[in-house]
Design a protein around this ligand. Structure first.
Ligand code: HEM
Length: 605
């Protein structure tokens, strides 16, 4: 049975009625005798305060249940306008749903979705915070259409504060930016154009992670990783390693950092890659706002990373003058690396609040975005291929089909458009990303699908909801030969006799989410908007998604081109995605996966 099967609004209403009946019977058992006793002077009995305290949760649950059911009833009559977002019943006043949200928010949101279905958005309370869970793909699309009115400010500030350790001055600076995301400041905003930090961050990321700049980054990543794999000391004899994830972390992160941030950051800070991954392992603890005294070594390594960035910024700024207007400025140079980094530095230094430490924590944030989600995805990309030898052969055939006859090198745009490679990439993200996307109406309430997101509410969209929602996938025209809990590299492929097959597939520009077609197989995302959301959505959708795809596909292509790589254990069932990292992004493996590797012998001649 589907994860959300049978969860219709009426089922929801019936469930609520059951709750109400249950609550009333408890109240009848506890409150009525208590009232009677109270009247007859029993309040002097020593356990009376305990009974009174016990009554508070009961009364709260009763009231919130009645309110929940009332909302459902009203919605039934109103059909599609001015609908009320029902608040999930809770027991403890003020705290609301805080305890399960703090313990494991991903699991709790999944549980609520399973219980209440996806027809109606539902609201939960965590102290003063009010979240609206949007689980229906049409509601999600409707919400993302309002991008201009929405912000992710509270999330950005939480990340800056707890993950990146930004100062109070920086947090207030972000808080004060009310200029919006359009190229012109919002009317009435007094923020200096140089201080439009949200607009600046997003515009810079979009500009320098797409088009010609993306092309340059892709090529450089391929060349850098190719060089690093060539020069690594793995010989033509088999060598065993205990942990594939660790091996990839050290190997790929180095190439990825050099591509985006240049060579000097790593030269000046030789332990940077190891430090970064130690910091990253503690990301859930930081994001749960754990204080320094509870995780002192995690804080120490973060302090070290901040100092590493500061040392590098000081060096690079004294050896290179950044200028956006300089036509000779190349796409990449060793001090600052890519244009993305140079243009960010340039803009950040124009913001008065951005001192050396603040600039360092900004780049730590970008470094996190660059690596923390991609590396686990690369790991699963390789492991799922190794688990199915014929899949690995087919993926390598995609690579072989993408070799340019002119240059003899992989044509990355062609590789990115191969249907199986596209489907593999989409499936890895579907299964191994568990991320909350949050939105907030910045200037007033926001309407979506007949509901209203109040200014005090945060819309919460969980990538795993759509990823595992059978009803939504069937609605999108897919037949689910493999259950959604399982991996299927061909999940996004359709054949000529499939209703989703498109006769003439338009040529798309590099970097766009193209529909790839090759022979009798076509990659199709049709009907999955709002269902497949690993990169968020709307105007703020991850600007690094195209580069992330290159990293995954190129790593597999180069690794298996240069090396033979085999798992040394046949039973990999213990290697599961670690849900401790939900809902913060990609899920690393729960345990180490041993493997062996040897360099392919050079072809004789
Ligand atoms: C598998 C890999 C990745 C995943 C799953 C991922 C996911 C996300 C998500 C969910 C968001 C928030 C989107 C929203 O709120 O709608 C985001 C934002 C962002 N990502 Fe990624 N990301 C990935 C890789 C990358 C890479 C490689 C880069 C950089 C090169 C990057 C840079 C960014 C930036 C700069 C933002 C913030 C955009 C803003 O200012 O709102 N990401 N990413």
């Amino acid at each position: 049975m589907g994860m959300f099967a049978g969860n219709t609004t009426s089922a929801l209403a019936m469930q609520s009625q059951d709750h109400v009946a249950h609550v009333y019977s408890i109240l009848a058992m506890v409150i009525l005798p208590t009232l009677h006793n109270a009247r007859s002077g029993m309040q002097h009995v020593p356990y009376f305060p305990l009974v009174a305290i016990a009554l508070i949760p009961l009364a709260t649950y009763a009231l919130t249940t009645v309110r929940f059911q009332y909302a459902l009833r009203v919605n039934k009559n109103r059909k599609s306008k001015n609908l009320i977002i029902p608040v999930v019943p809770y027991w403890i006043p003020f705290l609301g749903h805080g305890i399960p949200m703090v313990i494991d928010s991903g699991a709790y949101v999944a549980k609520l979705t399973e219980r209440f279905g996806t027809d109606t958005p539902i609201s939960i309370r965590v102290g003063k915070l009010k979240f609206t869970l949007i689980t229906n793909s049409e509601h999600i699309q409707s919400m993302f259409k309002n991008s201009r009115l929405l912000t992710n400010k509270p999330v950005t500030i939480h990340v800056l504060d707890h993950l990146l350790g930004a100062s109070q001055k920086v947090l207030s600076f972000y808080e004060a930016d009310d200029s919006g995301m359009a190229s012109k400041s919002r009317v009435g905003s007094k923020v200096r154009s140089e201080d439009r930090v949200y607009y600046f961050q997003l515009r810079t990321a979009h500009k320098y992670l797409s088009g010609q700049h993306l092309h340059a980054l892709n090529e450089r990543f391929m060349a850098t990783l190719g060089r690093d794999l060539e020069t690594t000391d793995i010989s033509t004899d088999w060598v065993e390693y205990p942990d594939l994830y660790r091996f990839l972390q050290l190997m790929i992160t180095h190439s990825s950092i050099e591509t985006v941030f240049g060579t000097k950051l790593l030269e000046l800070n030789p332990t940077f890659v190891e430090d970064f991954w130690e910091f990253e392992t503690n990301a859930p603890q930081f994001l749960h706002a754990m204080p320094r005294w509870l995780i002192p070594s995690a804080f120490r390594v973060r302090d070290k990373l901040i100092k590493s960035f500061m040392r590098w910024h000081a060096y690079a700024n004294s050896h290179y003058t950044i200028s956006e207007t300089n036509p000779d400025e190349s796409d990449w140079e060793p001090n600052f690396g890519s244009r993305l980094i140079r243009m960010r530095q340039d803009g950040l230094l124009k913001m008065e609040v951005m001192d050396a430490e603040a600039c360092a924590s900004e780049d730590l944030g970008l470094m996190f975005g660059l690596n923390a989600n991609v590396l686990p995805c690369i790991f699963w990309y390789i492991v799922e291929a190794l688990r199915r030898p014929s899949l690995l052969v087919d993926l390598q055939a995609d690579v072989a089909n993408s070799i340019s006859p002119v240059t003899g090198k992989i044509d990355l745009d062609k590789l990115a458009g191969q249907p199986l490679t596209q489907s593999m990439h989409a499936e890895i993200l579907r299964l191994y990303i568990a991320i909350f996307t949050l939105r907030h109406g910045e200037t007033g309430p926001v309407q979506f699908s007949g509901y209203q997101l109040g200014t005090e509410q945060l819309a919460l969209i969980y990538s795993r909801t759509g990823a595992l929602d059978e009803e939504a996938w069937v609605r999108s025209g897919r037949d689910l030969k493999t259950p959604l809990e399982q991996f299927d590299a061909e999940r996004f492929l359709v054949g000529p006799d499939h209703p989703l097959w498109v006769e003439s597939v338009e040529e798309k520009r590099p970097g766009e989410d193209a529909t790839g077609s090759c022979g009798d197989r076509q990659f199709s995302m049709e009907g999955l908007t709002g269902v497949w959301v690993p990169f968020g959505g709307g105007d703020r959708m991850c600007p690094g998604r195209h580069y992330a795809k290159t990293e995954m596909t190129v790593t597999l292509a180069l690794l298996f081109n240069k090396f033979d790589l085999e798992l040394t254990t046949m039973d990999t069932s213990a290697v599961q995605p670690n849900l401790k990292f939900a809902p913060f992004g990609a899920l690393p493996p729960t345990c180490a996966l041993p493997f062996r590797i040897r360099r392919k012998a050079a072809p004789a001649n």
